[in-house]
Write a protein that binds this ligand. Structure first.
Ligand code: SF4
Ligand code: SF4
Ligand code: SF4
Length: 179
């Protein structure tokens, strides 16, 4: 089976410190006012029976990515390990991919091309973890290869209940949230 990179996010450990967001901005030189990852802080129930869930979210690197099929120039494409990337030189900034993405994971940079999370492929190719994974002080974030049954992400998904965002979209996302 070929490599299938994924991220597993332990919602029980996240303290919403947003170190992941800052690490991504620094690592990837994200322009002021833009982010490749973000925090969703949800409170459910009614007082005093409240539960809270913090989710560090980003592009889901979907296996059936509608952004790729919507892109008219081939700028959005699937790279090694199933990671969805954008080639800036080929992107016209038409926003077709942004309309197609069920996760609102893309934005137009001030330079006019569309950008989003790359799973830090430049770090992964050097044998490092993505910047957000490596900075998280509570080890909420895990990155790895789902095709390897012994990887941390595979073991976590076998041992804990989990969910994905918008499973009904048909995009087949690869960011999993342990609940
Ligand atoms: Fe949550 Fe970790 Fe991000 Fe902090 S760095 S917000 S604990 S995922
Ligand atoms: Fe494309 Fe959106 Fe899926 Fe990322 S989350 S691969 S941008 S459809
Ligand atoms: Fe940003 Fe890299 Fe984390 Fe994606 S994997 S959110 S690009 S730090």
């Amino acid at each position: 089976m070929s490599t299938r990179y994924a991220m597993v996010v332990d919602t029980r450990l996240c303290v919403a410190c947003k170190a992941c967001v800052l690490a991504c901005k620094a690592e990837n030189a994200i322009p002021e006012g833009y982010c490749r990852d973000w925090l969703v802080e949800e409170v459910r129930g009614e007082y005093p029976n409240l539960t809270a869930e913090n989710r560090s979210e980003r592009c889901n690197q979907c296996s059936n990515a509608p952004c790729v099929s919507a892109c008219p120039t081939g700028a959005s494409h699937v790279a090694d390990g199933g990671i969805v990337l954008v080639t800036p030189d080929k992107c016209t900034g038409c926003k077709a991919c942004m309309s197609a993405c069920p996760y609102d994971a893309r934005y137009v940079t001030p330079d006019g091309y569309v950008d989003k999370c790359t799973f830090c492929i430049h770090r992964v190719q050097r044998g490092q973890e993505p910047a957000c994974v490596s900075i998280c002080p509570t080890r909420t974030l895990h990155f790895g290869d789902l095709s390897d049954p012994d990887s941390t992400v595979s073991r976590l998904l076998r041992s804990r209940p989990y969910k994905v965002n918008h499973p009904e979209s048909g995009a087949d996302p690869n960011v999993y949230f342990l609940v």
